[in-house]
Design a protein around this ligand. Sequence first.
Ligand code: FE
Length: 347
Amino acid sequence: MPVSDHVMLEAWKEVLTLSKLEAGQTVTVLTGAASHPQTVSTAMTAAAAMGAVVNRLDLPPVNGDKALSRDALAYLGSTPLTGNRAAIAALKESDLVLDLMTLLFSPEQHEILKSGTKILLAAEPPEVLARIVPTARDRARVKAAAERLARAKEMRVLSAAGTDLICPLGEFPAISEYGFVDEPGRWDHWPSGFVLTWPDEGAASGTVVLAPGDILLPQKSYITTEIRLTVSNGFATKIEGGVDAELLAEYMASFDDAEAYAISHIGWGLQPRARWSTLGLYDREATIGMDARAFEGNFLISLGPNNEAGGSRTTACHIDIPMRNCTVRLDGHDVVTGGQVCHNPTA
Ligand code: FE
């Protein structure tokens, strides 16, 4: 159901206030061919109403000729900022960038953040943004989970379907995503509400069994037949099962890149306003699937790059897999039991 401009303006004001936007600061709204017009106009109006100096930087799309999907996360690598010094300079000079075009996994983004600029990604349609406006409570919850994750030396994931995955931790940071940017140099994504890290390079091992109802992104589909991933030395070495396994394997093979099969970020969902069931209700091209990535109690595993965490792997292929009903255990203590977040983890 559409949302009114008034609702979107109020949502932006809340997000910008949580992001500590002050009068006189410079906000640059980064847009592209797929940016939602209502999101763009309400972002610019809300920032101006709070006294900010507001710019819009519209950049042409890239990689559309290579990607198999229109999803913004379906083909990584170069971005509209690659080699674009003028655009990078404008963003570095901004206090806050509102990324409405999905600028992920790029060295240019790291460079901009290092200058102290905050970047907030908002790519979901207005009705999803309005439903999952972040709160200070989201932040507290996610931060507490990230602190717990940062101390862990091992994540073990189990499920009744047969998952038993062991991921040694410590090489990469624990990252919190709670939907607003309240510190200089912070990147975040509205909507979100989850924690993640990466397994130590080459160290994840075990079996991941995706059960019917688990989700593949960017396919944006609920699988209906089991998929069994064998993981050794940090890579998925076998993808077995029925038609869903064949679809995943064929899609990944199209990239012709062995790095695509590396285990990428791992973490769990903490956002009660995100729902497992919504993916089938939205137009596939209208959403990037943040409900699926954030719903409370999911285990989110992914395949592909680790450059977002400071690693060197930059494959164009990236698969996110939100799973239900998993137990996530850090150093022997559950943080999620059978898909339910443990609110008072024992350690
Ligand atoms: Fe991902």
